[in-house]
Design a protein around this ligand. Structure first.
Ligand SMILES: Nc1ncnc2c1ncn2[C@@H]1O[C@H](COP(=O)(O)OP(=O)(O)O)[C@@H](O)[C@H]1O
Ligand SMILES: Nc1ccn([C@@H]2O[C@H](COP(=O)(O)OP(=O)(O)O)[C@@H](O)[C@H]2O)c(=O)n1
Ligand SMILES: [Mg+2]
Length: 211
């Protein structure tokens, strides 16, 4: 890694990935809140590249990587994989893509994820999209997701909800204190949720004046 360039670039821009300036939006919310579904809509309308931390970890298992078994066991238990592993996958995906706007879905999921990403990449989010949904509704959705995921069973779902409350919500609270959180009512039908999402991504007149 070009650490000198990295460090100088971080100091100069405060928001960069090696020599490339990138814009990042974190997409957070409980399991089944609709992050992946809405990210697909955002990609189509606003030209972002979607990076799902969970999808990257599942691809890593499939690729037969040396970390595969560890990742698979952690996902089955609903636990959060060490940041080092997930950040490497996210960094590689951003470096390999020529786009400069990324939706990072399902990351950061705990304080360790958040702090490590900021210190390793020097990137802070433009804002954080938070999909707010009741556990009852998320459970219903996960049990009928039908993607053959090993973690979409009631035992693992309960563990994931506990991890979300204990480890992920504090990250959302952290960004909330910094005025970065855009909270969306995610219990509504997909189209209505996307209307609220669109409003967040559409620049307003006051934004234009601020520039
Ligand atoms: N607003 C919604 N209303 C009803 N079902 C939804 C909604 N958004 C997503 N779903 C469905 O719920 C399941 C979980 O959605 P997904 O986008 O995978 O959530 P996440 O990535 O947050 O776990 C999927 O089967 C999806 O089709
Ligand atoms: N930052 C992350 C994201 C996901 N994961 C793991 O991957 C699992 C599935 O994440 P996901 O984002 O695909 O799940 P959903 O919230 O989309 O249902 C999590 O329960 C964790 O075990 C992780 O360890 N660290
Ligand atoms: Mg998802």
């Amino acid at each position: 890694m070009g650490t000198i360039i990295d460090a100088a670039d971080k100091v100069a821009n405060g928001n960069s990935l090696t020599e490339k300036k990138v814009k990042v939006v974190f997409v957070l919310g409980g399991p089944g809140s609709g992050k992946g579904t809405q990210c697909a809509n955002i990609v189509e309308h606003f030209g972002y590249t979607h990076l799902s931390a969970g999808d990257l970890l599942r691809a890593e298992i499939k690729s037969g990587s040396e970390n595969g078994t560890m990742i698979q066991n952690m996902i089955k238990e609903g636990k959060i994989v060490p940041s080092e592993v997930t950040i490497k996958l996210l960094q590689r995906a951003m470096q390999e893509n020529s786009n400069d706007k990324f939706l990072i879905d399902g990351f950061p999921r705990n304080e360790e994820n958040r702090a490590a990403f900021e210190s390793v990449t020097g990137i802070g989010p433009e804002f954080v999209l938070f999909f707010d949904c009741s556990e009852e509704e998320m459970e219903r959705r996960l049990l009928s997701r039908n993607q053959g995921r090993e973690d979409d069973n009631i035992d693992t779902i309960r563990k994931r909800f506990k991890v979300f409350l204990e480890s992920s919500l504090p990250v959302i609270e952290y960004y909330s204190l910094n005025g970065k959180v855009r909270k969306i009512d995610a219990a509504k039908p997909v189209g209505e949720v996307f209307e609220a999402v669109k409003a967040v991504f559409t620049p307003t007149e006051s934004d234009d004046k601020a520039v």
